[in-house]
Write a protein that binds this ligand. Structure first.
Ligand code: SIN
Ligand code: FE
Length: 294
């Protein structure tokens, strides 16, 4: 488990799929001073329901700001970071970019140390990512972070990746229950109904059993005190100006301290991995003995 300096390898897919963090100490790409300027002043409410300031590239909108007078400047800054980060990611990972789905970007402006959040939203507890509103159906969550804090590192903690975590903990977390549901008539009926209502415009989410398990696993890991205490842990200080990429659904992670990070997410198709067997969905399907991602 490690932080792999990008200058030491050219096989970036292998690094990411192994569950390591692909690290660009110098940042990998240039973020113009105008972007930093636009974002540094953005005010975010620590108690807001929005954990971060989010930017949705597909609709060019920001959420999570306190002061709507800042919207225009922040949107411009986020749009530019999103564009640059996506270009950089596509450049270094063309095989993924060929059919990934562009997800949101975010700006993390609040100091993470001592942040007061409800347990399942806490960033300082180790977890794998899963998005309640954006199911992935077996595909993977790849995130590119940049620490734009000129002084402070961003302090990360990670644990062993899914290839080790899954076989150890998925059964304890109730994987069998989710796998059984996958085949029940009621589950199929419910999903057909959800899809019909979605087409009619209702804001419902159609999730695969894999997505349902991962949402549950995210919370389950945060609740499990002994695992939080005893699991293998690796500490990394990500320095000012650095960029790092990681599959955050494959690698349990937590942030202990730091403020002012930018991030862009893409959803990578499982089929575009050099080794699709390493996807969390493949690992869970092997453990469950059946498909979970449809
Ligand atoms: C997270 O994805 O859990 C937070 C990581 C970060 O903001 O550094
Ligand atoms: Fe996370």
């Amino acid at each position: 488990m490690g932080l792999i300096n990008a200058t030491t390898t050219s096989d970036f897919r292998a690094v990411l799929e192994k569950g390591d963090i692909l690290f660009f100490p110098e940042g990998g790409f240039e973020i113009p001073a105008s972007v930093r300027g636009a974002l540094m002043g953005a005010s975010q409410d620590a108690r807001s329901i929005h954990k971060n300031i989010a930017y949705k590239p597909n609709v060019d909108r920001v959420t999570g700001l306190v002061d709507s007078a800042e919207t225009e400047a922040v949107r411009n800054g986020m749009r530019e970071y999103s564009r640059l980060a996506l270009r950089f990611m596509a450049d270094i990972l063309p095989a993924y970019a060929a059919n990934w789905k562009i997800d949101y970007a975010s700006f993390r402006s609040i100091e993470e140390r001592g942040r007061d959040l409800p347990l399942t939203k806490r960033n300082d507890l180790l977890h794998v990512d899963a998005f309640p509103s954006r199911p992935v159906f077996g595909d993977l969550i790849l995130r590119c972070f940049t620490n734009v804090n000129p002084e402070q590192p961003r302090e990360w903690l990670v644990s062993d990746p899914f290839a080790l975590l899954g076989p150890k903990e998925a059964a304890n977390a109730g994987l069998a229950r989710f796998a059984e549901t996958a085949e029940s008539g009621l589950h199929k009926l419910r999903r057909t109904a959800v899809r019909t209502l979605r087409r009619a415009g209702l804001p419902l989410v159609d999730r695969s059993p894999y997505d349902a398990f991962m949402l549950h696993f995210h919370d389950w890991l945060k609740h499990r005190e002994e695992w939080q205490r005893d699991c293998p842990k690796y500490r990394f200080d990500l320095p000012p100006g650095s960029t790092w990429l990681v599959f955050t659904d494959m690698v349990p992670h937590a942030v202990l301290g730091g403020r002012l990070a930018l991030e862009q997410t893409v959803i990578v198709s499982r089929a575009s991995l050099a080794n699709p067997q390493l996807a969390p969905s493949s690992i869970l399907e092997r453990l469950a003995g059946k498909p979970l991602s449809a």
